[in-house]
Design a protein around this ligand. Structure first.
Ligand code: PXP
Length: 264
């Protein structure tokens, strides 16, 4: 399936998170970032993902720079015709970078130094005072902001109240659970998506999604974009990044969208 066909059949957009391409590079070249033989290339991976039909590219510039580096963000911003989603903690240093770089989208996430990956959603309600100026500054600067939150009504309402355009529902619990517990989490996600849609927010989702678990998320209405990283980069080891992206888009094309009753 080529990119144009994907665009025609996929209402659900795929944002490919390429952090782990940088993780692999840093594993070898952290201390010699400008060596002539540095690989793999984040920019090359990005081009491959987009050519295979991905809608946008996500990178998380963490305070500890464990994978994506400032130079990656600048190189990606310089790519023409690419939608860039910057995942970021709400800290003065990173906010300043985001205001300068002007990504198309920014996803505000909680960030703890010791965590392996983003654990749990942003406590938007509890950090509203510091969140609101950041959201408003980014939105005024031309960046559409999303908040990465757990599927809790208070968090959804706060996202709308502070002026975010979007939420990204944290699907980590859904991904980690199985059976009835996973189904129960899908119901919570569906309720949060319905509430967010009613408040005028775009509804995205991400974390731990795979071609194996995605169909169980299809009862969640109003999904606009999925941000997926680990599974795609893992599959890329076996089948290549373009094939991994196309496998995912093929499952996403089955998403019914709309209301829970329509989704079945
Ligand atoms: N969305 C957000 C906000 C994330 O923090 C992450 C993980 O970096 C992802 C999506 C992608 O999650 P995964 O790598 O599990 O697909």
């Amino acid at each position: 399936m080529d990119a144009a066909m994907n665009e025609a059949v996929n209402h659900l957009h795929l944002g490919v998170n390429v952090d782990h391409v940088a993780t692999l590079r840093q594993a070898r070249y952290r201390t010699m970032p400008t060596a002539h033989q540095v690989e793999p290339s984040v920019v090359e991976a990005t081009r491959m993902a987009l050519a295979a039909g991905a809608h946008s590219i996500t990178v998380h510039l963490r305070a500890d720079r464990r994978h994506i580096q400032d130079a990656d963000v600048h190189a990606l911003r310089a790519e023409r015709g690419m939608l860039l989603n910057l995942e970021m903690g709400n800290t003065p240093e990173i906010v300043e970078i985001a205001l300068r770089v002007k990504p198309d989208f920014a996803c505000l996430v909680p960030e703890q130094r010791e965590e392996v990956t983003t654990e749990g959603g942003l406590d938007a309600a509890g950090t509203r005072q510091s969140l609101e100026p950041t959201v408003r500054a980014l939105e005024a600067n031309g960046t559409r902001v999303s908040l990465f939150i757990d599927p809790e009504p208070e968090q959804v309402r706060t996202a709308a109240a502070v002026g975010a355009s979007m939420i990204e529902l944290h699907t980590g619990t859904f991904a980690n659970e199985t059976g009835a517990a996973r189904a129960a989490e899908a119901v919570r996600l569906a309720a949060a998506a319905e509430l967010a849609h009613g408040l005028g927010l775009q509804v995205n989702a991400g974390h731990g999604l795979t071609t194996g678990n995605l169909r169980e998320l299809f009862g969640v209405p109003h999904l606009a974009e999925l941000n997926i990283g680990h599974h795609l980069v893992s599959r890329a080891v076996a089948v290549g990044l373009a094939a991994a992206v196309q496998e995912m888009l093929a499952v996403m094309a089955e998403y019914p969208g709309g209301k829970p009753s329509e989704a079945g």
